[in-house]
Write a protein that binds this ligand. Structure first.
Ligand code: ARG
Length: 250
């Protein structure tokens, strides 16, 4: 039976209380996943998640501190307290959810394929590409890798530390295709991929993106979900629509 004293103790331990005491929200993210987090020409981290984090800190009345963290260590960084929350375009997967909690989704994406222009017409689906003569690349440890291993049983698979390295491999002709999140591929096609790659833009997967926090923290989770509902539904302030227009253009 839970008592008032238990609730107070839970609140004292809550990450939200720690953020308020500290006066700073600490956010783990890995720049490179455009348009959610990337570096501008001056090396500053910008993007969809950054604008959302700024808004979140403002509503909490605290400062914001961004903690760039490599993807392969990002969940460990959260769990060991290096940051309060992961806001890094992370897909809510059932495997990750065994270790960490997620707030409700803030955007839904899916994996798509970008391939060499020469394959246009010849390759129309993942199935067409799943042949031993083709090489498919993706990033290590992301849902793109999970999808690649699921959809490609015959093609050769190579993984890279960063999405930029994986995409370059297709641009320079060493690989035939890359599997990665649709928003990244759309932006890549409007820039480096223009006229050189072809985007098969039908999503292969269903991927809600969510903010990750440590388990056992109902106070923080409650605040985040109510904050999210407000930014999504408040058409007077219209923050969410503007954010989507700014970074996702839809
Ligand atoms: N949505 C994908 C995943 O969760 C990729 C996210 C990569 N994010 C980043 N900031 N590099 O696996």
């Amino acid at each position: 039976v839970s008592s008032f004293a238990d609730d107070i103790n839970l609140w004292k331990k809550s990450t939200l209380n720690q953020i308020l005491q500290r006066g700073e929200l600490q956010v783990c993210l890995e720049p490179g996943y455009m348009p959610f987090e990337m570096k501008d020409k001056r090396g500053r981290i910008i993007g969809y998640d950054v604008d959302m984090a700024k808004r979140m800190a403002k509503e909490m009345g605290v400062k914001l501190s961004l903690k760039p963290t490599a993807w392969d260590g990002i969940i460990a960084a959260l769990v060991t307290g290096k940051c309060d929350i992961i806001m890094s375009g992370m897909t809510i997967t059932q495997q990750r959810n065994l270790k960490i909690n997620f707030a409700d989704p803030y955007v839904v994406v899916g994996q798509t394929i970008m391939m060499k222009k020469e394959l246009q017409g010849k390759i129309k689906s993942a199935k067409d590409l799943d042949k031993p003569e083709y090489t498919v690349v993706t990033k290590l440890g992301v849902t793109g890798e999970v999808a690649t291993r699921k959809f490609f049983k015959n093609a050769k698979i190579i993984t890279f530390e960063t999405e930029a390295d994986a995409a370059s491999e297709v641009l320079n002709g060493k690989a035939d295709a890359i599997v990665y999140d649709q928003p990244y591929n759309i932006l890549f096609m409007s820039d480096k991929g223009k006229g050189r790659l072809v985007h098969l833009d039908t999503p292969l997967t269903y991927e809600p993106l969510g903010w990750a926090i440590r388990k056992g923290d109902p106070d923080f989770l409650n605040w985040l979900n109510n904050f999210l509902r407000q930014v999504k539904e408040d058409k007077v302030v219209d923050f969410y629509n503007k954010l989507n227009q700014k970074w996702l253009k839809d």
